[in-house]
Unconditional design. Structure first.
Length: 450
């Protein structure tokens, strides 16, 4: 709490540690660098409770690194750090060639720059004001001491004021060559990611790697089947050896079977002697989380058609006695089941869960979708297209539409969307790669406000 003191925080930590609990005290930045950790650590030391210190990254070093500005190099041999909340002795810094880093200059930025120039610092000295450092909202003004006041006035309201540093010195000239973060192809792009799963999908992680800001919108919710007796009978048959194969078509199907196992006191050992197939990488990961490694997965397209392509070569001929158990969604297509039946397999197609339309996203998100507030939208399946349009309407015409494959592209076009990008491979990593490639080829490189 705001009224807590280092001593009171230390007492809470020590008491919890003595009760056998593991205690973590989190600070922003590097608490060792600016000394914030000292009072609390001193109190813990007196208590004789063992502790470790994990050094963090100080904004003083992290923000310049993300801005592509080394603090030392060439003729620059030292760095001076100034706390803008304190009084500043400009005479101490005016004549030197050292790098000056001003932490959180705020409204004093122009005053500080003028003070350095008045104290004798060459007005041609490069200066950078970095706002929103280390975030995808990072923006920088790069100019000279002389030109800074005018540039600063023109940039008011630009970028996030959090993690703001003023960097003065010849090292600033390195930014043009070393800038790496803001030059990412999707830097600062707001990308809408409709999802049909409960947890974030891998596509968002891939997009973040390219500098984007993914905004996920849930388009479906998962509920138990209205008549659970089918799943009860299937699980009983699984334990009794009625099946030769279990085919999982989604992570939700894995979760549904796992929950049903829990009702019967079963675990992964119930799959002993069975062959397991997974439709895609996400399903495979869900199986791995349950300690199960699938025997079969598609080699190319991760879909019903892709699984059927590799089925016969691995599964062999149909067994007239044993069956294939396919737990899946109530709205799943019949491609897989019909394909297995046409190959002579006896399939038990069981509704493991129901998919219902999720609640609409917040009004701000819906307005952004319709008004062009997103630079791009990525669709990972046909259902994400249908559900998003049903929940929030069609994305604005200026929004780049990227899809995971031809079938999803067809669905998007049926809903009146102009598809710009189709992934080379039907994977979420390939989808993110394709959007990044498009941005590199069709959009001017963003230089963070320079």
């Amino acid at each position: 709490e705001s009224t807590a003191t280092p001593a009171s925080r230390a007492r809470i930590m020590v008491q919890a540690a003595r009760e056998g609990r593991r205690v973590v005290r989190l600070f922003t930045g590097d608490p060792v660098f600016d000394g914030r950790i000292s009072p609390e650590v001193s109190a813990v030391v007196r208590s004789k409770v063992p502790f470790d210190v994990v050094v963090g990254a100080s904004p003083v070093t992290a923000v310049p690194a993300y801005a592509g500005i080394p603090l030392l190099g060439g003729a620059t041999k030292d760095v001076h750090i100034i706390d803008a909340s304190q009084s500043i002795d400009y005479a101490m810094h005016g004549q030197k060639r050292s790098t000056i880093v001003v932490v959180d200059p705020g409204e004093r930025a122009v005053e500080i720059v003028k003070g350095l120039a008045a104290a004798g610092r060459d007005v041609r000295t490069p200066v950078a004001l970095v706002r929103g450092g280390t975030t995808v909202e990072q923006r920088a003004i790069v100019t000279t001491l002389e030109e800074f006041p005018a540039q600063y006035r023109n940039s008011r309201g630009m970028g996030n004021e959090a993690s703001t540093l003023l960097i003065v010195g010849e090292v600033v000239t390195q930014r043009e060559r070393l800038s790496w973060f803001e030059s990412k192809p999707l830097f600062g792009w707001r990308v809408l990611v409709p999802r049909t799963r409960e947890k974030p999908g891998p596509v968002s992680s891939y997009l973040v790697g390219y500098g984007a800001v993914p905004i996920e919108v849930a388009t479906i919710a998962v509920e138990k089947p209205r008549t659970p007796h089918q799943m009860d009978r299937a699980v009983t048959g699984l334990v009794n050896g009625r099946y030769q194969w279990v085919v999982f078509t989604s992570a939700n199907s894995v979760k549904a079977v796992r929950e049903k196992f829990g009702e019967y006191g079963l675990d992964a050992r119930a799959f002993a002697g069975l062959k397991i197939a997974a439709m895609d990488d996400e399903t495979m990961e869900a199986l791995h989380d349950s300690g199960i490694h699938p025997d079969l997965m598609p080699k190319g397209e991760q879909s019903s058609a892709g699984l059927l392509e590799v089925w016969e070569s691995h599964a062999g001929s149909a067994d007239p006695i044993n069956k294939v158990f396919v737990p899946r969604a109530d709205i799943a297509t019949d491609t897989l089941v019909d394909g297995l039946k046409s190959r002579g397999w006896d399939v038990e197609d069981i509704t493991a869960y129901r998919t219902v339309r999720a609640a609409p996203p917040p009004i701000e998100t819906r307005e952004a979708i319709k008004s062009g507030g997103f630079d791009a939208v990525v669709f990972t399946s046909s259902s994400t297209v249908r559900n998003l349009v049903g929940l929030a309407g069609k994305p604005h015409a200026s929004t780049v539409v990227a899809v995971i494959g031809p079938q999803t592209a067809k669905t998007a076009e049926e809903y009146g969307l102009q598809v710009t990008i189709v992934a080379d491979e039907p994977t979420e990593s390939s989808l993110a790669d394709a959007l990044a490639m498009y941005a590199s080829e069709h959009q001017p490189m963003r230089q963070g406000g320079e």
